[in-house]
Design a protein around this ligand. Structure first.
Ligand code: GCW
Length: 698
């Protein structure tokens, strides 16, 4: 038998811990010593750490265990008497290849078992998460496997370092100095992702450049891949459809042209020679001006399958985005992806995933679930969430997205009767798919705190946890994150969770109440602009979405209108056909209603809308008070930054409310309900606010 590698032997290899200010860089993996009794219990349980596996990932797992115990204040005492934690590879049919099984017996033996080394690493992170959140560890019998196979971040990072819709600084990928210089950030990034089970990274923007596919950039990507690999993470590339023309000298990018297919095969072979575990391609085709197979009158399936054939011999996949809408199509934008893709069900190759945004428009503060979920049973459908908060307050507003993600995952498509949730479509159980995936558009940049704010880190965290288990409750996730980020004191965890849980609904209230959508400023998408009506394409204009006039407001998607409701399963379409049976949170998404339409609580639509705006602003004020109450418990730096950001959010919630009310009043000429204050300025003042240098706007 090979000797056990013990943690003490590893100590010498560990980087020295440097004392940092609390700038958020350590994310949820920061040092948070446990209360004394838990600390000594943990130290007693973890006196000796060992592994029977010896590959690079098992070594990382052991080092992480050591490091994690240290940050919890439970460094194993040298030669102390107590329990042992053993990392062990086993054959265990209860878990899958990335899963783990943790058992802790009263005699002090804890075993973290897995079929592969990556499972050991995930098991260690889970054990540490349990410890950090105060879970009892003395007896455990817990098996966990990821429910979704590809848990992938999509970086909208350009090669010049600018991140499209990025609000946390420049790209972390230093393409200029790669491959020679490998920033230590890559390892820190990989470690944070691995702590959540994220196992794939698309490094470049879906609005892609062919340059990413040239030999020098493949070498750079190989260097990144080398840093991420021990942490169980594969790299993927966004592919530009016309690359065979732009860098291959071909005359066409027609997917049925044999020369085009041969070019992609050769390109794939070249990539795999450099990166044997390359994940595959992500493609944005025939969308917002990007080229694609439709330019050659070929379908999305024909395009995707050609590319899929090129990576298939290497075990790669193609993630083909369904985010399409065409400038020359007068139909309701919300219907177009379904119309293009649903008829292709059954035509995609088995290594293609069709990647569908959570809603049918574009990552709005609230959208009904995308009707493609539930409508393509013969296709591997993958979820795309946006972690970066393009439409939900960007870096400064505290709007926890765990609730948004979970709301979509728990939505019932009714495709195969009650209980056919989006989560079951995505994890493959509803239609029996083995190749499954969830993508999150990353909110990661080179800012010290990675995500633009401390609380935005929670969205990265929530995405990772839900990709592992879509059934997890957003509150459980918020509590976990809070305990690891700010320490386990109940007062802190409870208050932080109380702030987070209603925060996204508050943003819905002050931005887009009652099912409104897409009423934000042009280009940068920050702040209110429901009046905009001059943009070239109808569906770029907020007025297209709210359709407010003197009589009423809302987009009629019933059979009398665009009939988008017919894209949902009959029981859902039935409910949505009548405003009275439509979830009020989605009312104006599906119906155009008179201003005096009666809401369920008896008030008129207009006054209900105003009350939602008011409620959103009031909730932010409450969040400020709740946060202020934590001052004695939170370090100065993170406390002050969050406090300052909440003040911005408060001011801007008011701006959203006032500007929206001023505009809608200019259309409906109705008075405000009594008790609701007049907007601070007139409409022209709001229209004049412009933000030429807002970040993230390509
Ligand atoms: O939300 C919109 C963004 C674009 C983005 C596009 C997409 C990458 O405003 O910046 O482009 O969606 O998802 O492709």
């Amino acid at each position: 038998m090979r000797p056990l590698l013990t943690a003490l032997a590893l100590l010498a290899l560990m980087p020295q811990t440097v004392a940092h200010a609390e700038d958020g860089h350590e994310l949820w993996l920061r040092a948070s010593p446990l209360p004394a009794p838990q600390r000594s219990a943990l130290r007693h349980q973890a006196t000796r750490l060992q592994t029977t596996a010896h590959g690079p990932t098992a070594r990382l797992a052991l080092a992480e265990l050591q490091r994690g115990l240290a940050r919890l204040g439970a460094t194993p005492a040298r030669g102390g008497k107590g329990g042992t934690i053993t990392l062990e590879l086993v054959q265990d049919s209860r878990i899958n290849d990335e899963g783990f099984h943790i058992t802790a017996r009263p005699d002090g033996q804890t075993v973290i078992a897995a079929r592969r080394e990556i499972g050991l690493l995930y098991g260690v992170f889970h054990y540490l998460r349990l410890a950090a959140t105060g879970a009892p560890l003395a007896t455990l019998d817990l098996a966990s496997s990821p429910r979704v196979q590809l848990r992938v971040l999509n970086h909208w990072d350009n090669l010049d370092g600018v991140v499209e819709r990025g609000y946390s600084g420049r790209s972390i990928w230093d393409w200029w100095r790669l491959p020679d210089w490998r920033d230590t950030l890559y390892t820190e990034y990989a470690r944070a992702n691995a702590s959540l089970g994220i196992n794939g990274v698309v490094v470049n923007n879906v609005n892609a450049k062919s340059t990413s596919l040239t030999a020098p950039y493949i070498a750079k990507l190989a260097a990144i891949a080398g840093e991420l690999r021990p942490w169980g993470i594969r790299v993927y590339l966004s592919a530009r459809w016309t690359a065979p023309m732009e860098i291959g000298g071909l005359k066409s990018a027609d997917p049925l042209d044999p020369a085009v297919a041969a070019w992609w095969r050769a390109k794939s072979d070249e990539i795999y020679a450099a990166i044997p575990d390359f994940g595959g391609f992500l493609v944005k085709a025939n969308s917002e001006g990007q080229p694609g197979p439709q330019d050659y009158r070929r379908s999305h399936a024909e395009g995707a399958n050609m590319l899929a054939a090129a990576v298939k011999p290497h075990g790669g996949v193609v993630m083909w985005r369904a985010f399409v809408y065409a400038h020359d199509n007068p139909d309701d934008r919300a219907k177009q992806a379904y119309n293009d893709f649903q008829p292709l069900d059954g035509q995609f190759a088995d290594n293609v995933l069709v990647q569908v945004k959570n809603g049918a428009i574009d990552f709005q503060p609230r959208e009904p679930f995308h009707p493609l979920f539930g409508a393509m049973p013969k296709t591997n459908l993958m979820m795309e969430f946006q972690i970066t908060k393009e439409y939900v307050g960007q870096s400064t507003h505290l709007t926890y997205l765990g609730t948004l993600f979970s709301e979509t995952l728990q939505a019932d498509t009714q495709a195969k009767g009650t209980g056919s949730t989006v989560a079951k479509v995505v994890d493959g159980t509803l239609d029996g798919h083995r190749l499954t995936g969830m993508a999150g558009v990353a909110n990661i940049g080179a800012d010290r705190d990675w995500s633009g704010s401390i609380f935005n880190q929670a969205d990265w965290y929530a995405f990772g946890r839900l990709a592992w288990d879509p059934e997890l409750s957003p509150e459980t996730i918020a509590r976990e994150w809070a305990a690891q980020t700010f320490g386990p004191a109940p007062k802190v965890v409870n208050t932080v969770t109380t702030i987070m849980m209603p925060s996204r609904e508050a943003a819905v209230d002050y931005m887009t109440p009652l099912g409104l959508a897409h009423v934000m400023g042009t280009g940068h998408h920050y702040g209110p602009a429901p009046w905009v009506s001059h943009l070239a394409r109808p569906e770029w204009n907020p007025v297209y979405y709210h359709k407010a006039d003197a009589q009423g407001i809302g987009f009629d998607r019933s059979a009398k209108g665009s009939n988008a409701i017919s894209q949902y399963a009959p029981p859902i379409a039935q409910k949505l056909s009548d405003p009275a049976t439509t979830d009020e949170r989605q009312l104006l998404w599906f119906h155009h209603l008179p201003w005096d339409y009666r809401l369920k609580n008896g008030e008129a639509l207009w006054s209900g809308m105003v009350h939602h705006y008011d409620a959103g602003v009031a909730q932010v004020a409450r969040m400020q008070v709740q946060w202020d109450s934590l001052q004695p418990y939170i370090d100065k730096e993170r406390f002050a930054k969050t406090q300052a950001f909440l003040a911005i959010q408060r001011r801007e919630a008011q701006w959203w409310r006032d500007a929206s009310i001023a505009y809608f009043q200019s259309v409906n000429h109705l008075d405000l309900p009594s008790g609701s204050a007049k907007p601070a300025h007139d409409l022209d003042w709001y229209k004049e606010q412009n933000l030429p240098y807002a970040p993230g706007n390509p």
